[in-house]
Write a protein of this length. Structure first.
Length: 308
């Protein structure tokens, strides 16, 4: 069951709503490699992407997810739009709404920007990442990948490592994974993970080796230099020596541990290259699953949208 107008975060989604998206994505995944299975079920749906921050995976996979289902998909191209002349987010949204847009997909540097847009337009709004708040579709594709490989969430130990403080991916995953019964550890240097995050229902650690012990899933996160005011550690080499995951440290996890990363990866910083390309890595699988999950979200929202 998924009856919402918008997808703004995992904080508010129920376990049942999350499972509806994941189950729909399972059907959608078959269509990625097999165009014969695709249909034009979204041919009456128009989708506009508004990316105020850069993206490779999220933007492209949303655009392809729409086109694989026959939707009309357009990118606003924020830098060349009238946003550069000072037009507000709300006015931009109202104008796109008047053009008949059914679904707006927004990434913005400001926490809450998708929520503001959603209140002011008839179109369904999807949060493609807002500041350090949430990145719900990334977490949903991560959940899908974990379920695909482990067959369950209950009791799994999932360790998320790195720049937790600035990570919307960590927050959305913490909301989703804890709802589904996984045990989540957020780990990193004390400048990038704070004890207050335990309020999310997770364990907080600054000891990487201890955190990884017996992990079922290890998810590395990029250091988000673009969101740092001050350098949170002396230099990158020191960070990777103390907090990076290499094949030696990974031996502390379970033998069948899944290695994940939302991308883009800083090779040799949060994860060593042999771990990124190793047999436990599902980083490339996550990218394919991102298309399946986004196809499912577009389908479900399109069914709910009052215009579609
Ligand atoms: N994982 C992720 O959001 O990647 P992009 O920034 O390339 O979209």
């Amino acid at each position: 069951m998924f009856n919402r107008k918008d997808l703004l975060g995992l904080r508010d989604l129920t376990k049942e709503e999350i499972m509806t998206i994941l189950n729909t994505a399972k059907e959608m995944k078959l269509q990625i490699d097999n165009p014969e299975l695709r249909n034009n079920s979204l041919s009456k749906t128009s989708i506009v992407t508004l990316f105020f921050e850069n993206s490779t995976r999220t933007k492209m996979s949303f655009m392809l997810a729409g086109e694989y289902q026959g939707a009309i998909v357009k990118d606003l191209g924020v830098a060349t739009s009238s946003v550069s002349k000072g037009e507000s987010l709300i006015d931009t949204g109202i104008n796109l709404d008047q053009m008949g847009t059914n679904i707006m997909i927004i990434r913005h540097q400001m926490t809450g920007a998708p929520h503001i847009l959603a209140k002011n337009v008839n179109a369904s709004v999807i949060n493609a990442g807002d500041g350090s708040n949430e990145h719900p579709t990334q977490a949903l594709l991560d959940l899908f990948t974990i379920l695909e490989h482990k067959g369950k969430f209950e009791g799994l130990k999932v360790v998320i490592l790195g720049d937790i403080a600035h990570s919307r991916v960590a927050r959305s995953n913490a909301f989703g994974l804890t709802k589904l019964g996984a045990k989540v550890t957020l780990a990193g240097p004390s400048t990038l993970v704070s004890n207050s995050m335990a309020s999310l229902g997770v364990t907080v650690s600054t000891d990487i080796k201890e955190a990884i012990k017996d992990a079922d899933v290890v998810m590395g996160l990029r250091i988000q230099f673009e969101r740092q005011k001050n350098m949170p550690f002396p230099n990158l080499r020191e960070y990777s020596n103390l907090f990076g995951v290499n094949s030696e440290i990974l031996k502390n996890a379970k033998k069948d541990v899944l290695v994940m990363h939302p991308g883009p990866v800083n090779r040799g910083v949060e994860l060593s290259t042999d771990v990124i390309d190793g047999e436990n890595s599902v980083i490339n699988v996550q990218v394919k699953n991102g298309v399946a999950v986004r196809m499912a979200i577009l389908k479900l929202l399109s069914e709910n949208n009052r215009r579609a």
